[in-house]
Design a protein around this ligand. Structure first.
Ligand SMILES: Cc1ncc(C[n+]2csc(CCOP(=O)(O)OP(=O)(O)O)c2C)c(N)n1
Ligand SMILES: [Mg+2]
Length: 390
């Protein structure tokens, strides 16, 4: 008997809205991250084991990871040569990167963050154009609409409301597509993350949000970022399924994203996926990671290297001989050499370009500033690119 009953007080009948509106159990992530590489049939159950149809995919993932790792090295070297202002390397996270780029269909959209260069390259973008912003160009290097890749986003999580908005609009228009948005563990603490996921679930937008949990937001570890059981658990609060995946297992990430994107395309609504991975390099070339983490921790993660996991699987299945491995490494070297060569070519931006794309119609102030700059450049004998062509 409760205290109120003892006092003879009225005990109301619980109204129906006291109960959860939907059963949260199916939305909960698995207790351990989904894995596919090196998993035997019995361990994997129905969802896990890669079938023979995956052979081509495995080789594509492998080549993209080898090429991607080399790309990261080359881009970091370009910062030392003054060709890039900064480069956030995704070494250690290549499985998430290449799976994200390769899983999408042509009509789908990708919304990357600053660390997701490799995802954009795996999607098919020009390796130099992707680096335009980091090179100091005031404009995005590629046509986002044509490529269906939003600009690499530096303000944390601001890409997410845009991704959800585009997905919702596509659904209203009857466009058959899904949107994949990438964000870091730190980005999940942003208001934009909350607003995006809330609306995605209310609208049942065809969007998948992949959180690459690489353990850190610069020097802030996940334990200081959140007290949630896992980042995937956050999905339940929004009313969408949360999935947990081994973020170093390229095949597992591909499987989980493929399933979630397919569900999104067929009207099943959004999914939040947490990929547990690790940033092996510093936050950027300007960061010293030894100040906030131990060498032992980094070594533990190196032992779970995304490339080594793929290589082991391919060799065990007899799909990777020395000749193939050598050819893929050579391709990576060629691509790195081309990147180096093209990045060493100076670009001559037209100063007048500063005024383009600020507003669809230039304001009187902008026109005034533009005229002022033109007059000053003319006084210095500088000709704009447009005038040189004439
Ligand atoms: C709105 C906003 N606040 C702060 C920053 C500065 N900042 C740049 S990267 C970063 C850490 C982000 O960590 P995470 O989301 O885990 O992504 P990661 O760098 O690990 O890929 C911060 C705080 C920013 N870019 N945008
Ligand atoms: Mg992080």
């Amino acid at each position: 008997m409760t205290v109120l009953e003892q006092l003879g007080a009225h005990v109301p009948v619980p109204p129906p809205s006291w109960r959860p509106r939907t059963d949260p159990a199916p939305l909960l992530p698995d207790a351990t991250p989904h894995r596919a590489l090196g998993v035997r049939d019995a361990e994997a159950g129905s969802a896990g084991r890669a079938g023979s149809g995956d052979e081509e995919l495995l080789l594509r993932l492998y080549a993209a990871v080898v090429h991607g790792r080399r790309y990261n090295e080359q881009a970091t070297a370009l910062t030392k040569q003054g060709r890039l202002a900064v480069y956030p390397s995704s070494t250690g996270q290549e499985a998430c990167q290449v799976a994200s780029g390769l899983v999408l269909r042509e009509r789908d959209w990708l919304f990357p963050s600053y660390r997701d260069t490799l995802a954009a390259v795996a999607r098919g973008l020009d390796p130099v154009e992707v680096l335009s912003l980091l090179r100091g160009d005031s404009h995005n290097g590629y046509d986002a609409r044509e490529q269906r890749v939003a600009p690499l986003c530096t303000p944390l999580a601001t890409q997410l409301p845009h991704a959800v908005g585009l997905a919702h609009a596509a659904r209203l228009k009857g466009d058959d597509l899904a949107v994949l948005a990438l964000v870091g563990d730190g980005g999940t603490s942003e208001g934009d993350f909350h607003e995006a996921l809330n609306f995605a679930a209310v609208w049942q937008a065809p969007v998948v949000v992949l959180v690459q949990n690489n353990g850190f937001a610069i020097s802030v570890p996940l334990s200081k970022q959140t007290a949630a059981p896992s980042l995937a658990h956050k999905a339940v609060g929004y009313g969408m399924p949360g999935r947990l995946v081994d973020g170093n297992d390229a095949l597992a990430v591909h499987e989980v994203l493929d399933e979630a994107l397919e569900r999104a395309r067929s009207g099943g609504g959004p999914t939040l996926v947490e990929a547990v991975t690790y940033r092996v390099e510093a936050h950027t070339n300007a960061d010293d990671a030894t100040r906030y983490r131990t060498a032992d921790e980094v070594e533990t993660w190196r032992a779970h290297d995304p490339l080594a996991l793929l290589e082991r699987e391919l060799r065990e299945r007899g799909l990777l001989d020395e000749e193939t491995a050598r050819r893929v490494r050579e391709e990576a070297e060629q691509k790195a050499a081309q990147l180096r060569e093209r990045m060493h070519q100076d670009v001559a931006p037209d100063p007048q370009e500063l005024f383009a794309h600020v507003y669809s119609e230039r304001t009187p102030q902008l026109r005034e500033q533009e005229a002022q700059l033109r007059a000053e450049l003319a006084a210095e004998g500088h000709r704009t690119a447009g005038e040189e062509q004439r």
